[in-house]
Design a protein around this ligand. Structure first.
Ligand code: KIV
Ligand code: NA
Length: 278
């Protein structure tokens, strides 16, 4: 498969072909996503929740994102890897945003960065794009602002909020973003944004009218601590159960001395063994 580019993603929108995105955080998960043929792998700061066990994305650091990007980009040969800039790494001075973005690109080897926010982050998006970095925007429910938003709830429900979100999305496109994530907004609003922008929209909890969809790896596969996935998630496998059952069988085998068997063990040659202890 030819490496996916931002131009290809834009062409997919034009051709009405859905863009598939999943998160991944390490080498084997990225390898499997790559083999499954997704266009984009997102190293999301959702790793704070699903990999590191925090209850928000706020504690996630730049070094965390770089560490996980390194593992993912070693496996993703043709998927386009986008890495989240974490909490407070692209606010304040543009110099800081550029320096932090540069570290993710140079050390994590990501192909693009994702930033949460609307018109207020336009200067950061412009600066990164001018430096040659593709930027994915992210509006709607923006988890890094969860304490300001006051909970994980649907955004842009009334017409004033919907208008602001649409204006934000247009400003981000103008600033040079190559795509935009729409998280937890109504289907009607997502359809409007998708229609009025020429860059692809990638939805999560934003209905069927987006140009692409993204879900969190652990949610898709039923892997991990979240036993009550959100309404917009579809769980396609129950990997967590299989992992637990596998570990249980191993533990029982060791306790019952069924493992290791002769086929897992090594023998000395000839009569050496007897001579060892006289
Ligand atoms: O961190 C993440 O996984 C994300 C997606 C949910 C869009 O930002
Ligand atoms: Na994220």
């Amino acid at each position: 498969r030819k490496p996916v580019t931002t131009a290809k993603l834009r062409k997919m929108k034009e051709d009405g072909k859905p863009i598939t995105v999943i998160t991944a955080y390490d080498y084997p998960s990225a390898m499997l996503a790559e083999q499954a043929g997704v266009e984009v792998i997102l190293v999301g700061d959702s790793l704070g929740n699903v990999v590191l066990g925090y209850d928000s994305t706020i504690p996630v650091t730049l070094d965390d994102m770089i560490y996980h990007s390194k593992a993912v980009t070693r496996a993703a040969k043709s998927s386009f890897v986008v890495t989240d800039m974490p909490f407070m790494t692209y606010h304040g001075s543009l110099d800081t945003a550029l320096r932090n973005g540069a570290r993710i690109m140079q050390e994590g080897l990501a192909k693009a960065l994702k930033l949460e926010g609307g018109a207020e982050i336009v200067p950061a998006v412009q600066a990164l794009v001018q430096a040659g970095i593709p930027v994915m925007a992210h509006v709607g429910l923006t988890p890094q602002s969860i304490h300001q938003i006051g909970g994980y709830k649907v955004q842009g429900k009334n017409s004033a909020q919907a208008k602001k979100l649409l204006d934000d999305a247009k400003a981000l496109e103008q600033a040079g973003a190559f795509a935009i994530v729409l998280e937890l907004i109504t289907e009607q609003l997502a359809e409007q944004v998708t229609k009025q922008l020429s860059i692809p929209t990638i939805g999560i909890g934003a209905g069927a009218g987006c140009d692409g969809q993204v879900l969190v790896f652990h949610d898709v596969l039923g892997y991990g601590a979240d036993l009550h996935p959100k309404r917009f998630v579809k769980t396609y496998a129950n990997i967590g159960e299989q992992i637990r059952a596998g570990i249980q069988s191993y533990v029982e085998d060791v306790r019952e001395r069924r493992f290791p068997g002769p086929e897992h063990s090594f023998q000395m040659e000839g009569e050496v063994a007897e001579h060892l202890y006289g």
